[in-house]
Ligand binder design. Structure first.
Ligand code: CAA
Length: 296
């Protein structure tokens, strides 16, 4: 089995470590914060426990998965013998470029360097390395253990060999990989984010309330979550940053972020992670309760 290093122990990083480890890979999970690593292992343990209680895996498989994961705060110690490194750090261009330079220096020659970025150009990231043919986007969806898709993004110089390897590895994780090219938002977010932005514009213009908009899309289009719920789930700051990538990348006003989205992010209302977005999450139950600002 290939040795995998996952950089970043947040929501996406811990989900990616979870699936690779569950399918028998040795995983090094790296983060600068030991606290984040401890939290990630606790989350993986909880999510595996949910699978055990639903009889999808056995308690032995849960333990074997956890045994496959080693945590590190030092990338140099983890990267040395990796076949694949998947970067899932914060969505910040400068940070990603810095990490890729480091990965390129530390990783063995044949190692593929993948990024889970939701919208930063793969070509730009690849350009800071000496191996642009081995740099690729491996975009998992949240929650990673549940969602079947891996959007596999080819940068300008990504080789066929690298692409095939990542497509195969994704299939081995029982995911469905889809190959796309490196243009703003790729495919997933080029289509998803304008829909979410349009839902926010619909709310902003007073066409309908939060619950009404979400109910229309859930019951009318069979979406598991309404677009405003989904925006809260993804994080409004992430949604705004992707709208900026689309707006800057295409120069088309149709991608201008809704002023309400901009205001909410400025006010620190980032959705689930900050306790409030279109819904409030401070009431201690799993129910979706519309935030006071949007109550009629
Ligand atoms: N980790 C692991 N498993 C989880 C989980 C998590 N964080 N959250 C839920 N699950 C599992 C549950 O165990 C359950 O499994 P079974 O169906 O096998 O029993 C299943 O997911 C459904 O969970 P629940 O019944 O608790 O909750 P639900 O039915 O409300 O589903 C959901 C939750 C899966 C998140 C569902 O609402 C959903 O699919 N929402 C849409 C998610 C989506 O669109 N994700 C993509 C976001 S965009 C993105 O990630 C990319 C980007 O670049 C922005």
């Amino acid at each position: 089995m290939d040795k995998i290093t996952v950089i970043g122990a947040g929501t996406m990083g811990n989900g990616i470590a979870h699936v690779f480890a569950m399918f028998g890979h040795q995983v090094n999970l790296v983060d600068i914060s030991q606290n984040a690593l401890d939290k990630a292992v606790a989350t993986i343990t909880k999510n595996l426990g949910r699978m055990v209680s639903k009889e999808k895996i056995t308690a032995e498989q849960q333990q074997a998965t956890l045994d496959n994961i080693t945590t590190h705060t030092d990338l140099a110690k983890a990267a040395g013998d990796s076949h694949l490194i998947v970067e899932a750090a914060t969505e910040n261009v400068d940070l990603k470029l810095k990490i890729f330079k480091q990965m390129d220096e530390l990783a063995p020659e044949g190692c593929i360097l993948a990024t889970n970025t939701s919208s930063i150009s793969i070509t730009k990231i690849a350009a800071v390395t000496g191996r642009p043919d081995k740099v690729i986007g491996m975009h998992f969806m949240n929650p990673v253990p549940v969602m079947k898709l891996v959007e596999v993004i080819r940068g300008y110089a990504t080789s066929d060999e690298t692409t095939e390897k990542i497509m195969d590895m994704s299939r081995n994780l029982k995911k469905v990989p889809v190959e796309v090219n490196d243009y703003p938002g790729f495919v997933a977010n080029r289509i998803l984010m304008p829909m979410i932005n349009e839902a926010i514009i619909t709310l902003f213009e007073g066409v309908a309330g939060v619950e009404e908009i979400d109910t229309v899309m859930k019951l009318g289009m069979a979406h598991p979550m309404g677009p405003l719920q989904l925006a809260d789930f993804i994080g409004l700051d992430v949604c705004l940053s992707i709208m900026h990538v689309l707006h800057d990348g295409f120069g088309n006003p149709k991608y201008a972020p809704c002023p309400l989205l901009v205001n909410m992010v400025t006010a620190g209302k980032l959705g689930r992670k900050s306790g409030e977005g279109f819904y409030s999450y401070s009431h201690g139950t799993k129910d979706w309760i519309v935030a006071d600002t949007f109550k009629k």
